[in-house]
Design a protein around this ligand. Sequence first.
Ligand code: ARG
Length: 464
Amino acid sequence: MTQQSESNWSPRFESALHPAIAIFNASINFDIELIEYDLTGSQAHAKMLAHTGIISPDEGEQLYAGLEQIRQEYRQGKFNPGIDAEDVHFAVERRLIEIVGDVGKKLHTARSRNDQVGTDTRLYLRHQIQEIRQKLREFQQVLLSIAEVNIETLIPGYTHLQRAQPISLAHHLLAYFQMAQRDWERLGDVSKRVNISPLGCGALAGTTFPIDRHYSAKILEFDDVYANSLDGVSDRDFAIEFLAAASLIMVHLSRLAEEVILWASEEFGFVTLKDSCATGSSIMPQKKNPDVPELVRGKTGRVFGHLQGMLVIMKGLPLAYNKDLQEDKEGIFDTVNTVKACLEAMTILLGEGMEFRQKRLAEAVCEDFSNATDVADYLATKGVPFREAYNLVGKVVKTSVSAGKLLKDLTIEEWKQLHPAFEADIYDAIAPRQVVAARNSFGGTGFDQIKSAIASAHHTVSHK
Ligand code: ARG
């Protein structure tokens, strides 16, 4: 072999890359992930070349079939390009030439790897976004089904992680349903900007060939084509938007994970973890650890990191393509895999890996002063200005705490002494169930509100 033939490049290059630089430069180890999209993109490009008469129909068909053969080889595990291929695009082109001969050398007419890799990444993300949205739906379904059977299960509601007011467990879970719904919608919105074709932008300036960008875009089911070739090859806004949307999904999963971890602690005791979703300790035989939510909470860090990484990659890049952009892929792939895995794990955890301890929850809402607002509301309904009522109740909480009593333990005489407006119905008004039921304002925790929230959630998840 001459030195020149060892290089991927034109005869301008007289010798091959330094072996360490070849490894440093290569992306094949990770961009092989794009192969199916690369093949699909190249098939559309080949069809476009034939359609516009840049190559003959027969040549177009040979290219198409050769690419299809590579797809089959890859699926059968028979296509494993090494580091010498540099990246997936060269690997495919090289194999195509082996399969179809010289006509394979026509595939790269009127195209650059710059518009090619942009096309592949968008096709990949478009597909993955659909899969993530599907997983969000499954996550929402499980939240909804637990909510449905826990409308009247009460759980302490917190602010500042201090007991605030009791709420319906369904209401708590449906809050996460809403977050997931925004995530689902946000990904749909990001998709609109992912689904624009850069194919045909060439290296940066377009091409001298009479290509038809709209034709290949249509085959690939893109909604539109980039209007400016420089922008088309160097834009990664869509990737940043995706990473930001993925980061928000992780924020939501991580918040829920944190709550499950708290709930599973001895101190809260609101849930029991089932053996299928918990692990033990190698030294402490009594331990049952919430590894699943801990991992979800922990993995959130890497997704935020990928968003930050991508923003930094882009911030000083002059137009148009720069090799820095090769660094977009690992973060995107890892984000896709992490978000999918975390959604799946949380769905399993909620659906079959944990159980709410009904008895403990029922006790929890009876053991504190979280019905204090309701006493103030009671007086306010009877004409006492709210701030005055609030101060009265503050006083009674203070004396009760020092007497080791709860509000429900006060006698009717004690209530009347506090304010003559109190009647025997105060006991009903401060019973946890009534405290929850009474919050019937739109979006509140009242049972009637929850029932209509569940009905509308069912309607929401029916949209695929
Ligand atoms: N592997 C490259 C990437 O991922 C493909 C594009 C290479 N283009 C170039 N001009 N070197 O970005």
